[in-house]
Design a protein around this ligand. Structure first.
Ligand code: PLP
Length: 364
């Protein structure tokens, strides 16, 4: 988290301790509400199309589980789909008789737009893909998918958890109806924050799978009215310090300008891939015609988890992504796990060089 984000979160927590939680909320009302404007500015939507929830997973769930799906309805997704999303497809398919189908990749390893177009018929009720998968640098062609969805009049849900804050996102350019994102990744916001965008024209068609007294109004003994805006996908209690922090994080990102930070991220990642390719035992595992700041690799004869541990001992943080997080893509490529190194704009060329030098030493 950048310092202003940390300061804002701590300031609000202190205020809660000093004056009381409701009282602090009232005093910080504008800062809390600002997060909706910040998200709207970030992705090009309006504030009443935004729900702020506890993470990207719940944001995605609130959209997906609220869709009216029935027997024979088809859900189209892609090879790089994230485990939590795919588990949800399977659960809903079992419950409703809907079918989940995976559109194959093209020769670059991204979702094939031709195959997607060919798969469309009037039984397809949802196109749902991950923009940047959890296990590597692939950037799926979200806007081209959006054109297919729009031409066919099919709802389009985009998991943008790993792309928001990293690359420019404009919901009109992408053409998605729903988009989920997290605060804790490229936005550099606090953990336990996420948001959902739902296009105004679609909000009324989605009955939230969960309702409470925030999402709906209990208007008479036997009746309730669901909120007209995207906050119908929220619930009442929340992390107000986190919300404020997320707003500050987005302001911070927008001050630098995603259009400025994205080329820097992309350049650092290319340098990292080049450095990794120069280490004989290393194989870079990123696929796709366009790649981003997430760099994945394996090394001959060394478990990704052992590499992670050794790098951690050198004060270098990476993560590993096992098969079960992106089962379709990983099993197709016969990968059990990969090391995932993510660069951000604040990393330096020297850090990339040191990373490669330390890794080469570990692998000797
Ligand atoms: C592609 C993708 N979607 C969703 C998520 C879940 O995000 P969150 O932890 O905010 O729920 C992740 C987390 O790694 C992810 O990689």
């Amino acid at each position: 988290m950048p310092q202003p984000v940390l300061d804002a979160v701590i300031k609000h927590l202190k205020l809660e301790a000093e004056v009381g939680a409701y009282e602090a909320e009232a005093r910080s009302h504008d800062a809390v509400e600002h997060v909706y404007d910040a998200i709207a500015a970030l992705i090009g939507c309006s504030r009443d199309e935004v729900a702020v929830v506890e993470n990207a997973t719940r944001a995605w769930d609130m959209a997906f589980y609220s869709l009216p799906l029935g027997p024979g309805d088809r859900i189209l997704t892609a090879e790089a789909e994230y485990a939590s999303n795919y588990i949800a497809y399977l659960q809903v398919a079992r419950r409703t008789g809907a079918r989940v189908e995976v559109v194959p990749d093209d020769e670059h390893g991204q979702i094939s737009i031709d195959a997607l177009r060919n798969a469309i018929d009037d039984k397809v009720k949802l196109i749902s893909i991950t923009h940047v998968p959890t296990n590597g640098g692939l950037v799926n062609p979200a806007a081209e998918v959006g054109r297919v969805a729009r031409d066919a009049g099919i709802l389009y849900l985009l998991d943008a958890c790993q792309s928001v804050g990293q690359l420019p996102i404009d919901i009109d350019e992408i053409g998605c109806d729903m988009l989920s994102a997290t605060g804790r990744k490229y936005l550099r916001g606090p953990r336990g924050t996420g948001f959902l965008f739902v296009r105004k024209s679609v909000i009324g068609r989605l009955e939230p799978v969960l309702l409470d007294l925030h999402a709906a109004d209990w208007v008479s003994r036997d009746d309730y009215v669901i909120r007209p805006d995207a906050r119908r996908f929220e619930n009442w209690e929340g992390n107000y310090a986190g919300k404020i922090g997320l707003g500050v994080a987005i302001d911070y990102a927008l001050d630098w300008g995603i259009e400025n930070t994205w080329p820097r991220i992309s350049g650092l990642a290319s340098g990292l891939r080049e450095g990794l390719q120069a280490i004989p035992s290393v194989t870079v595992r990123d696929i796709g015609a366009h790649q981003c700041g997430i760099v994945s690799f394996t090394a001959d004869g060394k478990e990704p988890e052992d590499i992670r541990r050794a790098l951690s001992g050198e004060k270098i943080n990476v993560w590993t992504s096992p098969l079960r997080f992106t089962r379709l893509d990983m099993s197709r490529r016969e990968l059990r796990s990969v090391v995932r190194a993510s660069v951000h704009y604040y990393n330096s060329e020297q850090e990339v060089d040191r990373f490669c030098a330390v890794l080469a030493k570990i692998l000797k």
